[in-house]
Ligand binder design. Sequence first.
Ligand code: COA
Length: 185
Amino acid sequence: MTAPADTLELIRYGQDEFPAIRPTLVSLYAEVYTDQLANPFFSVERFEQRLEGYASRPGWEAIVAYDGGEAAGYAFASTLPEGSAWWAGMLEPLPQEEAAEDGRRTLALFELMVRRPWRGTGLARRVHEELLAGRPEERVTLLVELSHPKVKALYESWGYHNVGDQQPFADAPIYATMMRPLKAV
Ligand SMILES: CC(C)(COP(=O)(O)OP(=O)(O)OC[C@H]1O[C@@H](n2cnc3c(N)ncnc32)[C@H](O)[C@@H]1OP(=O)(O)O)[C@@H](O)C(=O)NCCC(=O)NCCS
């Protein structure tokens, strides 16, 4: 299935627009993660707390895809700050030179999701590439649940590789930490 390109619109939002798009981000999360909402870590309330934190970070941007005006999916990311805790949850610590953040080096992609009717259409990849386009960082990192090997394989097909597993919060699942050069593939 191929999404009709002419009805799709990808819009970039910055921190100033966060209050306006926040309800869309939360509502799509609640729909996409509906089967996991009973798990406290994946509850809407906890997602909203994480979202507030991410959206307050320097360089936060989101891409929201609209199909005929209806939100179909999104991704958001921000630059890892100097001394970021992103690498603190690694089960095997990375070499210092890999984990050193200077506030410019690494883009962290915190969420990427597409509603079911738009899965398998290439929209997720378009949203991902649009978010990365024009970013100044050298590399991009994201987390994928170890229990979702197909999603991990999808990211590998987009040029990511696993640099080690991590548990970012005490009640979070174990995630594979994926990385790729920002401009490559
Ligand atoms: C991840 C995502 C954006 C990829 O979209 P896509 O490029 O259109 O790819 P698909 O949806 O076809 O997913 C690729 C494969 O992963 C599987 N998959 C996707 N999300 C999954 C999930 N949350 N749990 C388990 N498997 C999942 C799909 O079933 C598919 O497998 P198949 O090829 O056997 O059908 C989309 O699947 C999604 O929004 N998933 C739910 C949210 C999510 O898991 N986000 C990623 C967080 S790292």
